[in-house]
Design a protein around this ligand. Structure first.
Ligand code: SOE
Length: 392
């Protein structure tokens, strides 16, 4: 009889739906040593939470997340609510002996992230584990990129070029939502999508960012309040009151990575939700001394690879990342059939459950996520100081 892993999830919007799909699907395509159960969903609005629980497959509903932590039929708390709630919920859950999966970015401040990391380390010493949801690590093409860098296929990495381009806020009348409220989200494009680029770049290169110089911009200073926000592409064009946007619409920064003794890669990062026409272009290019890799999430089943050993006429070749030997894909479809955005969340559950079952610290840990938080804070500090260089 496989031991159960009973989950309580806080929040049920876009991330809640993606996480629910992952908890449901993972045991159907991967052999898990623990059997996830969608035990309870927590949401403040009872009727909307009930509707979401029915649709997403959760067994019961609570209108206060604290009840999830009190319940002895829940083993893990999955935090899918805005960033300003992460620290309180994660710390309470870990101190109550419940594992935690926390959406990214870990917190809204370095101070919160440091507290969460300290509590997580203490909990791990007692077999209670935590992970931060940087799911792009579990996109097969990026996991393959990590494997190829580790195998030395690129040699020494010289350049990291990371862009995360969306355009769902290009409409000046797209309504004011929690992602545009610093008190709730911590930052705008920087923390919401730039955090993914920072984590992926550090993880794949194996090098941490040590300093940055940044520029941030808010193009649209006020937006309609109380709008009918449908998904991420809010439908604007509304008259009526407008409220202040208190976060960045775009963030760009240069970065230096630690160098394992020989100077380390240099990087250039861009995160924006105003790149008209780019829908979810999470892009990463690495240039090394032996080769280069390039990835674009909008073509997520492909990893482009330039191998200097193949000679000057070789050019970049497209690796279709659907072979059984590639990370994760062997559990899905025959070669060439491809995966989607949701599979990164399912792979996240697979790796989290495996780590818990083996009594091992899942990755990315809260400590890994704290490093991302420190980079976010350095970017904001630099942008506020005329782009002056900030050490992380
Ligand atoms: C919105 O920009 C968003 O949903 C992010 O919050 C997610 O982390 C990213 O994966 C997709 O875009």
């Amino acid at each position: 009889m496989t031991r159960r892993l009973r989950v309580g999830m806080v929040g049920y919007s876009f991330m809640g739906a993606a996480h629910s799909q992952a908890w449901r699907t993972a045991p159907r395509f991967f052999d898990l040593r623990l059997a996830p159960e969608l035990t309870a969903l927590a949401g403040r609005d009872a009727s909307r939470a009930q509707d979401a629980a029915g649709k997403l497959g959760w067994g019961s509903v609570e209108t206060d997340w604290r009840r999830l932590i009190e319940r002895d039929d829940i083993d893990l708390i999955d935090i899918c609510s805005p960033g300003n709630t992460h620290a309180e919920i994660a710390i309470a859950a870990l101190e109550a002996g419940k594992h935690v999966l926390c959406e990214k970015p870990l917190a809204n401040t370095v101070e919160e992230a440091e507290k969460m990391t300290a509590v997580a380390a203490e909990a791990a010493a007692h077999g209670v584990y935590s992970m931060c949801g940087f799911t792009y690590r579990r996109t097969p093409a990026l996991a393959l990129a990590k494997r190829m860098v580790e195998e030395g296929r690129l040699g020494t990495i010289r350049h990291v070029r990371a862009q995360y381009l969306q355009d769902w806020l290009s409409d000046a009348d797209a309504p004011l939502t929690w992602r545009l409220d610093k008190a709730k989200s911590g930052s705008g494009s920087l923390g919401d999508i730039g955090a993914h680029s920072i984590d992926a770049a550090q993880w794949i290169t194996g090098a941490g960012i040590t300093g940055v110089s940044a520029l941030m911009e808010t193009f649209v200073k006020e937006r309609p309040v109380g709008g009918d926000f449908v998904g991420l592409g809010g439908h604007g064009g509304m008259d009526g009151p407008r409220g202040p946007v208190t976060v960045d619409d775009a963030a760009i920064f240069t970065a230096r990575f630690n160098g394992n003794g020989d100077g380390g890669p240099i990087g250039i990062f861009e995160a924006t939700r105003f790149a008209l026409g780019r829908k979810n272009a999470m892009r990463l290019e690495l240039n090394g001394t032996l080769g280069s890799l390039a990835f674009d999430f909008e073509d997520m089943n492909v990893l482009s690879f330039y191998d200097a050993a193949s000679g000057p006429d070789a050019g970049f070749r497209r690796i279709i990342v659907t072979e059984p030997s590639h990370p994760y894909v062997g559990n899905w479809w025959p070669t060439g059939h491809g995966l989607g955005y949701e599979h990164g969340f399912t792979h996240q559950v697979v790796d989290l459950v495996a780590a818990i079952a083996h009594g091992q610290q899942p990755a990315p840990s809260f400590s890994d996520a704290l490093q991302v938080q420190k980079v976010l804070a350095a970017v904001e500090a630099s942008a506020a100081a005329d782009s002056r260089w900030q050490n992380v």
